[in-house]
Design a protein around this ligand. Structure first.
Ligand SMILES: [Zn+2]
Ligand SMILES: [Zn+2]
Length: 158
């Protein structure tokens, strides 16, 4: 189980579908009362973004013509009680993930290069602002830390 947390547009279909499945698996695994253990110590699962990340992946799946018949209904507080603080505080670094993914998969690399080439600077900025998992309402004015996050994301994209 691994959440890559990279821009889903850069992911080949097998990595896109794979991460989506693994989020469903991870939710099931946690609901059974299991600990994250090495999935947390190796920073593979970020509990607080599982739902938003799932939905972000689904959005990309639908845009590629895949069907999604497995809605994920998940409230992190339902499993938070049996997890340790350190398991809950994992933050996955998308830049680190992107490096690994690009090193491993030629399909992802190809998509990355295609998408970077096609986006103009304005689109990259819009993407960086609105694709952050913690922004739900895209018409809301981004807050200062969200702008800072976006600048960092943009750094990764460029
Ligand atoms: Zn799903
Ligand atoms: Zn791939």
């Amino acid at each position: 189980m691994r959440m890559w947390m990279v821009n889903p547009k850069y992911m080949c279909s097998s990595h896109l579908l794979g991460e989506h499945n693994e989020i469903h698996m991870a939710v099931g695994y946690l609901r059974e009362g299991n600990h994250l253990g090495r999935y947390a110590s190796e920073k593979l699962i970020q509990v607080n973004t599982m739902l938003s990340r799932h939905n972000q992946l689904v959005e990309e799946m639908l845009s590629r013509g895949y069907k999604h018949n497995s809605p994920l209904i998940f409230d992190p507080t339902e499993i938070a009680g049996h997890l340790f603080e350190w398991e809950l505080s994992v933050v996955i670094d998308p830049k680190y993930s992107l490096n690994i993914l690009m090193g491993r998969c030629s399909g992802c690399r190809e998509r990355y290069l295609q998408n970077i080439g096609r986006m103009d600077l304005r689109e990259k900025w819009e993407y960086a602002i609105h694709k952050q998992p913690n922004i739900n309402n895209s018409s809301e004015k981004p807050k200062r830390y969200q702008v800072e996050n976006a600048m960092q994301l943009l750094d990764d994209i460029l």
